[in-house]
Structures are given as structure tokens and as C-alpha cells.
Design a protein. Structure first.
Length: 109
């Protein structure tokens, strides 16, 4: 386990206050960034495998969420990762409508 102050190279706060555990992370480009320290490199590797939430990236990397927030903010600022807020409940489709669609599709059989 890497001590948090070493993983973040001394940074204590993320440069962005919009990152939380449900923030979705994805690679900003198709190639791996070069010249990263081990902890940010591991996060970039994880996200290049497909989009992950910040909490999932923390779990897979074995680092605390607070440390991953700092590292992700630095990776986003450097253009290596992109981050977006999760889809809110208000933006999700109506459950009742989806159930009616599924019911209708089943009736076609």
C-alpha cells in the first residue's frame, strides 16, 4: 500500500470540487499517457479498460477514494482522463413507460 502523501506527490486537495464516488471516468484518448508516477499510471490503465466510476477505480487500485479524487483531478487537468457526472434520476427514462414497452414486446411473441 502506498502512503497517500506519496501517491498524490504532496497534493492534499483535488483541483476540482465536482468529483465524487459516482463520477464516471473514461480515457481521453486511445493511447496510454507516458511519464506518469505509478499510482496515476495504474488509474489510467484501469480506465483504458473501459469507463469506471471513481469509487470503482479506487477499489481496483487499492487506494482511498480521497487519494483517487486528487489523482483523477490531476489526470483530468492534464487531459489524460475525462470525467462526467453520473446520470441523475431526473434524466433517466420513466420506469412505468419502460415496463409497458417490455410488456408490449412480450405480447408480440
Amino acid at each position: 500500500m502506498v502512503p497517500p502523501y506519496l501517491a498524490t506527490t504532496g497534493s492534499a486537495q483535488p483541483t476540482r470540487n465536482t468529483l465524487d464516488g459516482l463520477t464516471l471516468l473514461s480515457a481521453a484518448s486511445g493511447r496510454m499517457p507516458e511519464g506518469l508516477e505509478p499510482a496515476p499510471h495504474r488509474l489510467a490503465e484501469l480506465v483504458h479498460g473501459g469507463p469506471l466510476s471513481l469509487a470503482e477505480a479506487a477499489a481496483y487500485s487499492g487506494l482511498p477514494v480521497s487519494v483517487v479524487r486528487v489523482l483523477v483531478a490531476e489526470l483530468v487537468d492534464a487531459g489524460h482522463l475525462s470525467a462526467r457526472a453520473p446520470i441523475t434520476v431526473a434524466q433517466q427514462p420513466d420506469r412505468e413507460l419502460l415496463e409497458r414497452v417490455v410488456s408490449g414486446l412480450r405480447a408480440i411473441r
